[in-house]
Design a binder for this molecule. Structure first.
Ligand SMILES: Cc1ncc(COP(=O)(O)O)c(C=O)c1O
Length: 384
């Protein structure tokens, strides 16, 4: 029989998450690796989902998403950032941020188009650009503060560049892009007539008074920015996969063309549940902040007592730790041995880099976990 597989899948390898999950299961290790909260989501969101199901909100939703949810997102973005989106023509509900990324990249990237991706990157960026036939061009966020080198960014831009992908707050480093960093990217985008795809799924998770800045709020940027977020992160319920895209109408129209032939529409009860979440957002947000600030502080304090160096996070629910010199061959060796010998799972981040070797010297920790899990997991990082 011939090999029926499309060429586009041949270079795709098994995700590191599957490998680490399998080892975690085998060795029953404490999981500080995978990026999901093991904390229950808010009761009012859960109740609202149950009500929606019981009240027969179980048929197809409109392709763009239920209007009540889009209106609430529009109101919240206006309040938080002074960004005014028209809920009918500028907001689209998607199957998580994952589908939002796929649709946004496939709507604009053609074979041969170059896309700037900051590394370490969320792995879907690279995969989506390659699937669309685009060419990723990488710019490294350098430790310890994960800032980029302006010269390196300038050098990656060519007459084939069409898009810059920004992720702030950033997975896996916990970096939050500063105004100055975003302004430089914005100026380059304007000067070279580029689109910016801004993944802001952790927009409500920042620490120590650091503020999240949507790049769409910078002068002249709204018309060339596609902003993506996810209620899975905002309400700590990743399994519902309700994401959204905000972009001006000319961009939204193109994105909706891909959305209609991929997901078409998103699960209806999940959208009603998240609409309820946003209705109660004002009272929910300070509690959410407080909880994650406490988890970040606890994790950093405990990690500082281990031989691993902590790279201070300012946003998201991830942070990077530096592997002590000479103790392991590289990040994959460290992560594998920590599961097998110490019973704790982390994520080796070298697969989120394509250019720099820095990933081999670090591990990613997810601190969206119950305190007991964090305490036990980090205790198991006591080595040597
Ligand atoms: C930076 C980033 N973007 C997008 C996603 C995907 O979000 P969703 O679960 O809503 O598809 C994730 C999930 O971990 C993420 O970390």
């Amino acid at each position: 029989m011939k090999d029926f597989r499309a060429k586009r899948i041949l270079s795709m390898s098994t995700s590191i998450f599957s490998t680490m999950s399998e080892l975690t299961r085998q060795y029953n290790s404490v999981n500080l690796g995978q990026g999901f909260p093991d904390i229950p989501g808010p009761e009012f969101v859960k109740n609202s989902a149950c009500d929606a199901i019981r009240n027969d909100k179980n048929q197809y939703a409109p392709s763009d998403g239920i209007l009540s949810l889009r209106k609430l997102i529009s109101e919240i973005d206006a309040k938080q950032y002074n960004l005014n989106w028209d809920p009918t023509s500028e907001i689209t509900i998607t199957a998580g941020a994952t589908e939002a990324l796929f649709a946004s990249i496939h709507a604009f990237i053609e074979p041969g188009d170059e896309v700037i991706i900051f590394e370490p990157f969320y792995d879907a960026y690279d995969a989506d650009v390659l699937l669309a036939g685009g060419i990723p061009k990488y710019v490294t966020l350098n430790k310890p503060d994960f800032s980029y080198d302006k010269e390196e960014l300038n050098n990656q831009i060519s007459d084939k560049t069409k898009m810059i992908i920004v992720n702030t707050p950033h997975n896996p480093t916990g970096k939050v892009f500063t105004y100055e960093e975003l302004d430089y990217i914005a100026k380059l985008a304007i000067e070279n007539d580029l689109l910016v795809l801004s993944d802001e799924v952790y927009e409500y998770l920042t620490f120590d008074g650091v503020k999240h800045i949507p790049i769409a709020t910078l002068p002249e940027m709204k018309k060339r920015t596609i902003t993506i977020s996810s209620t899975g992160k905002t309400f700590g319920m990743t399994g519902w996969k309700v994401g959204y895209i905000c972009a001006l109408e000319h961009l939204t129209q193109a994105i909706r063309k891909i959305h209609q032939w991929t997901a078409f529409c998103i699960n209806t009860p999940g959208q009603h549940a998240m609409a309820e979440g946003f209705k109660q957002f004002e009272s929910y947000l300070p509690e959410f902040h407080k909880l994650y600030q406490q988890k970040k502080d606890l994790s950093v304090k405990l990690l500082n007592e281990t031989p691993f160096e902590v790279y201070q996070p300012y946003g998201s629910y991830f942070l990077m730790i530096g592997i002590p010199n000479g103790m392991f061959l590289n990040d994959v060796d460290a992560a594998t041995r920590l599961i097998k010998e110490n019973g704790v799972t982390t994520i080796p981040p070298s697969c989120f880099y394509k250019k720099s070797d820095e990933g081999k010297t670090m591990l990613r920790i997810c601190f969206a976990k119950q305190d007991e899990t964090l305490i036990e997991g980090i205790k198991r990082l006591q080595i040597g």
